[in-house]
Design a protein around this ligand. Structure first.
Ligand code: ZN
Length: 223
């Protein structure tokens, strides 16, 4: 694996772990896919083979139906968060904040949902979780006042703010840790705001954690 976590411009000596993701953490996104607003976070996992750097080229599968982009605030875990941790411990365990893409083979996901099967093939494939560089928490004034944006061929497609999360970041980390211990090098994808949609080879994307992280990338076909 070539991917390494980077914080404030430096490569970290951390393993690359799992990505724990939350579905439907913004009410407007649940609505756009005709899903009910959940009463508890919906969790799923991408293995570390899904993690790649969000760089100049974004590789997507082209033989498996539509690949949708979901732009999400991503939390890097710097210290262990396990059952029994409190909010202060969970916040202190955050190693950085960045952006990740939850790439989703939407047609395949719908087929799997229709058969009540797990979503892994649609969301956890190789390269399904491109991740930006992170900034450390001391550079972020308020975790729940963070803007996240996707410009797709210069058109503003996603423009969200962590203020609109149904479950805010720290309670989400505590909820996750009831089921999955978070260890240094894991990441948490905190859900997508509204505006998800398909990607096509050649598309130009600009992705930002407003005032903190900015990435430009071009969509290409996975080899
Ligand atoms: Zn997502």
């Amino acid at each position: 694996m070539n991917y390494r976590h980077r914080v404030n411009g430096a490569v970290l000596d951390l393993p690359v772990g799992k990505a724990v993701c939350v579905g439907r953490n913004y009410a407007a996104h649940a609505k756009e896919l005709n899903n009910p607003i959940p009463t508890e976070p919906v969790l799923f996992i991408k293995p570390n083979t899904a993690l790649v750097a969000l760089g100049e080229q974004l590789s997507i599968p082209t033989q498996l139906g539509e690949c949708h982009i979901e732009t999400e605030i991503c939390i890097l875990i710097g210290d262990k968060i396990t059952r029994g941790c409190d909010e202060a411990q969970a916040e202190a365990a955050i190693g950085g904040v960045g952006v990740a893409l939850d790439l989703t083979l939407r047609g395949l996901q719908q087929q799997l949902k229709d058969k009540s099967l797990p979503w892994e093939k649609a969301k956890a494939f190789d390269g399904a979780c491109p991740i930006s560089e992170f900034v450390s928490l001391d550079k972020v004034a308020d975790l729940q006042q963070l803007g996240i944006q996707l410009r797709h061929n210069s058109h503003m497609q996603q423009n969200g703010n962590s203020a609109d999360m149904l479950t805010p970041v720290v309670p989400l980390l505590l909820y996750i840790s009831q089921f999955f211990t978070l260890i240094p090098g894991d990441v948490v994808l905190t859900g997508t705001p509204a505006g998800v949609g398909p990607l096509a080879v050649g598309d130009q994307l600009e992705i930002s954690l407003v005032d903190h992280v900015y990435c430009q990338t071009q969509v290409c076909a996975a080899g």
